[in-house]
Write a protein that binds this ligand. Structure first.
Ligand code: GLO
Ligand code: MG
Length: 343
């Protein structure tokens, strides 16, 4: 796409991306870093904004005025660092009431909790000056097919989105889809599933997606094709770039660390598709990482994006078109491989 070469990208990550290294088989191996200390790292690492869960901002389940006061305080901290808040995501997967899902729980009281808590997350977003609510539907699925009614469940997710659109006339809803983990099967496993649902909501123009590379890979899909599909619909509003070594647990590896060419294609699509959202990096430090190095994976992912961006921008478009015209895909492949190798 012409005219995009001078575009600068804004980089974001969430406080959860600086972590203690605990995993399902072992405890923390690094001390928890205080929130304010994490926030001080952002600019040093070259980042511009913060992605947040509702309870990263303020403890869950406070009354409305305490919630507002708490959020205003955090907004000030971000302002003083020159950072913006990109989105708020209601963390519905950790609370005892959401053990069997939020919007799709079989229990009416639990479903109500999930809706109320998400509306509180919208209140928080308002105070934080951001217009995006991200729904990672972590537990909206099942371990066994018979546990819930799958058709009813899809309807319940649409109803939830509609309730949020109605609650706030400016908020946009972004679905972040993942096929599995923590659930065996998610009801809406891919961005394509959520896209289908977008158009059945009360206001499709305010419903879109956040695509995470690892989640597409876990679904056996190519992240750049998922992104291209949603860019065509003008619905790619955020990304979580990272990498993933095959079909196993969600790894959140450094962007480009497993498959350079796949990462190159991701940047190619974002750049050429005129993507204008933030470059979110949902990456995790290796468990073995020493405390002194616990932000390297973030700096490295950002550096990889920028290196790949240079490569994307220096592709000789005329050569690519010539290879395409000749249907010489062997030639095109070698051109791309040599380009990636710096040749
Ligand atoms: C987990 C998700 C998770 C979300 C975050 C924001 O697999 O990627 O990290 O991105 O909770 O919604
Ligand atoms: Mg993510």
């Amino acid at each position: 796409m012409a005219g995009t070469k001078n575009r600068t990208y804004r980089f974001t990550f969430g406080p959860w991306n600086i972590s203690t290294g605990a995993d399902p088989f072992g405890p923390a191996v690094r001390k928890e870093v205080a929130f304010a200390a994490k926030i001080r790292e952002y600019k040093k690492l070259g980042f511009d904004g913060v992605q947040m869960h509702d309870d990263d901002v303020v403890e869950a389940d406070l009354d409305p005025s305490a919630t507002e006061r708490g959020a205003a305080k955090v907004k000030k901290i971000l302002d003083s660092e020159g950072l913006f808040c990109e989105f708020i995501a209601p963390r519905l997967w950790e609370h005892p009431k959401t053990i069997d899902g939020g919007y799709t729980s079989n229990g009416p009281a639990e479903r109500k909790y999930a809706l109320d808590r998400s509306r509180r997350a919208i209140d928080i977003a308002r105070v934080m000056g951001c217009r995006d609510l991200v729904l990672w539907l972590a537990r909206e699925g099942t371990y066994i097919r018979e546990a819930k009614d799958p058709i009813t469940s899809v309807g319940r997710i649409v109803d939830a989105v509609n309730a949020f659109l109605e609650y706030d006339r400016h908020i946009r809803i972004l679905g972040e889809m993942k096929p599995n983990e923590p659930m065996d099967q998610a009801y809406l496993p891919t961005p394509g599933h959520f896209m289908g649902l977008c158009y059945r909501t009360a206001e499709p123009s305010r419903v879109g997606v956040l695509i995470e590379s690892a989640h597409s890979i876990l679904a056996g899909l190519d992240p750049s094709d998922d992104m291209a599909y949603t860019l065509w619909h003008d619905k790619l509003w955020s990304v979580h770039l990272n990498d993933q070594n095959g079909l196993k647990y969600d790894q959140d590896k450094v962007f480009g660390s497993v498959d350079l060419r796949r990462a190159f294609n991701t940047v190619w699509v974002l750049e050429r598709g005129g993507y204008d959202g933030c470059i979110g990096l949902d990456v995790k430090a290796m468990r073995t990482t020493r405390a002194a190095d616990q932000t390297k994976h973030l700096a490295n992912s950002r550096a990889m994006f920028l290196r790949l961006l240079e490569l994307v921008r220096s592709v000789d478009d005329a050569r690519v078109e010539a290879f395409r015209a000749e249907r010489d895909y062997e030639g095109l492949e070698m051109y791309i491989l040599e380009h990636l190798l710096g040749g």
